[in-house]
Structures are given as C-alpha cells and as structure tokens.
Design a protein around this ligand. Structure first.
Ligand code: PEP
Ligand code: MN
Length: 365
C-alpha cells in the first residue's frame, strides 16, 4: 500500500500505471493522431516533450510553448491527462498556466541541483503531480536529493522514473539499467511510486517490451513508454518509439500479477522463462563489456587477442560443470564457443579512441 497521495485520484495506484506518448510534440496532427490511438486503447496519461534537452545544438529542440494549445486539445478531445517535461521556472509557469496535468523533471535537469531547486521554488504552492527521473549518473543521493527538494516545496503527489544511466559504452543499451540503483531507491523510499522508462533505457524499440516486463517483475508501479503514430519519421528518438499497436501488445502482457492470479500455470512459467532470458541477455551484455576492457588491456600491452590456453581451460571447466548439472557437454561447448567468438569479434573491432572506463577521469561534484 502506498501512503503517498496517488498521482491522480481516479487512477488506482495499485494497478500498473501507464504513461505513453511521443518523445516530442512535433505537429498538432502528429500529437492528435498519436493521442487518439492511445486513448482508444485505454491509456489515461499522455506524455509529450515540448521543451527538449538535446545533447548538441542545432537538433530539434521542441516546439516549446506553441505545443501547449495542442496538449489542451488532446485533453479536451480524449479526456487523457497530459504530461510534459519542465526544465526551467519559465517552463513550469507556462505548463501550469496551460493546465498541463503532470510535470516531469528530465535526467539532465535532475543532474543539476540548482536547476531542480529553481523548479521546486516555482512549484511552491501548486498542487500538481511531479515525476523525477534519475540523474544521468548512477548517483542515488542526487536522485533522492531531487525528490527531497520537491517534497520540501510542498509537492505531495510525487513519483520517480528510472530511465537508465549514461555510460561510455553504449553498444548494448542506450542507458544501461543498473537495476541496483532503482532497487536502492525503493529501499530508501518504499512508499514512492516507482516507474520505469524502458524507451530511454533500451534506445531501440525491440528492447522496450522485455525491459518493461523486467521492471514489472521487479515490483515497479508502472511504465512511461514513448509511442509515436509513425516512429520511423519521429523528429527525436525515432529508433526507440513504439507504434500504438506495439504498445497494445506490450500492455497485454505486462501485468504479471494478473497472470499469476489465474490458474493458468503455463502462462506463469512462460513469464518466468522471459524473465530469465532477460537476465541472460543482460549478463551477456555485461560479459561483452568486460571482454572489451580486456581487449583494450591486451592492445595496450601488445598482447595477442587469442589466448588459447585460457580458452581451453575455460571450455573444459564449464562443460564439466554443465554436465554435472545434467546438461549435455556439447550443448555447453557450443554456447561457450558462440560467446567466445563474439568476444573475440568485439575485441578485434575496438575503436582506437574509445575511452577506458576504468581509467577515465571522474567528474568532480
Ligand atoms: C524524454 O522523456 O523524452 C527525455 C528527454 O528523457 P530523459 O530525461 O530521461 O533523457
Ligand atoms: Mn525521448
């Protein structure tokens, strides 16, 4: 049970919370088309970024205040609550003036305590739900600190959104999940609604559903998912947005509690398999990252990539272990060979200038 006030009085906080909508509002037509498709499948909270924090200048930086009227139209015509990102006190004033129903603070904003405090000050005296995304770095205190600044400003409808963490190595996830960090947030603030944003973690549309399922398995309260009526032509984050149809497939499979309540044991076991496969993929991704580190070490010390004695040892030890557990040794041998082949491929194709995580200088606070 949550003792915080629910984000919205007519949305049951015990049910999976779903926020969906495009990364950015682009045109009135794009926004309305996407919103109508989502409302038709029962989505209650519609997201769209109006002010977009972009890594480099010159990209699409959002339509800005012009989109507020489009969001009002979404609300009027579909009945969905509207949500957008605010990064300055001017954004807060404009969004509140326009009656935007929910605000969120983005990862880059939460990385900067001055910016969070400025927003908290602007929110003082307003009763609006606010979500706080994790900061770019996996700094739990900075995340908790951001939430505390809003609590201190009198915001009582508040939630956290896990969107993964910046990493030098982006070949797997766009922002690796590092699940231990949101799990620690849940331990420190057990009453706080915790949502997952699988779109920004995955960075690729095919990773969104498995990440969302993994979050629900871990006990998250809901998800914020980027959905666009025509993802391939999106003006921002095109690779990670789902179509409304893909969202529907995802939500149909999202609620493990509901499946567990039925007597359908097969569905439960399939969910368990999906969860284990999710873990396998994440483990392989972590193993590849270590391989690349070893590859850089070998390169810097003029060692050959292939160390056949070490590989032989690894093969015989693991196949014996697998056999003792009842698996066919040939099976384990082919799994290890496939993994090894991919490790070697990655070690051979290391970019020359890739920074080394272990020795990269740390940012000062
Ligand atoms: C977004 O939600 O579109 C966004 C910019 O997210 P983040 O702050 O997590 O990068
Ligand atoms: Mn986005």
């Amino acid at each position: 049970m949550k003792t915080h006030r629910p984000l919205f009085p007519d949305i049951d906080p015990e049910r999976t919370l779903l926020i969906a909508g495009p990364c950015s509002a682009e045109t009135e037509t794009q926004l309305l088309d996407t919103a109508r498709a989502l409302a038709a499948q029962g989505v209650r909270i519609f997201r769209a970024g109006l002010w977009k924090p972009r890594t480099k200048p010159g990209g699409f930086e959002g339509v800005g205040a012009e989109g507020l009227a489009w969001m009002q139209r979404v609300r009027r015509e579909t009945g969905m609550y509207t949500a957008t990102e605010v990064a300055t006190r001017e954004h807060v004033a404009a969004a509140l003036d326009a009656g935007i129903d929910l605000l969120w603070l983005g990862a880059r904003t939460v990385s900067n305590p001055f910016a969070v405090q400025q927003i908290a000050d602007a929110l003082q005296g307003h009763d609006v739900p606010v979500l706080v995304k994790n900061p770019v770095s996996p700094d739990i205190d900075l995340w908790v600190g951001g939430i505390e600044r809003l609590l201190n400003a009198g915001i009582t409808r508040i939630g956290a959104v896990h969107r993964g963490f910046g990493a030098a190595d982006r070949s797997g996830y766009r922002n690796p999940p590092q699940w231990a960090v949101p799990i620690e947030l849940r331990r420190r603030m057990p009453e706080l609604p915790l949502l997952c944003d699988p779109s920004h973690i995955g960075g690729r549309s095919e990773l969104v559903a498995p990440l969302a399922r993994q979050a629900m398995e871990l006990g998250f309260d809901g998800v914020m998912v980027e959905v666009h009526c025509d993802p391939a032509r999106a003006w921002s984050d095109a690779g990670q947005q789902l179509t409304p149809g893909q969202l529907q497939e995802l939500t149909a499979r999202l609620s493990p509690r509901r499946v567990a309540d039925t007597s359908d044991g097969l569905a439960e076991m399939r969910l368990e398999i999906d969860r284990l496969d999710d873990q396998l993929v994440e483990l392989l991704d972590r193993r590849m990252a270590v391989s690349r580190r070893i590859g850089r070490y070998k390169r810097d010390h003029a060692m050959p990539v292939l160390q056949s004695r070490r590989y032989e040892e690894l093969l015989s030890r693991r196949t014996a272990e697998a056999e003792a557990l009842g698996m066919a040794p040939e099976f384990m041998r082919s799994v290890l060979q496939a993994i090894h082949e991919e490790s070697v491929r990655q070690q051979l194709s290391l970019p020359d200038d890739e920074p080394q995580p272990a020795t990269a200088p740390r940012q000062r606070e």
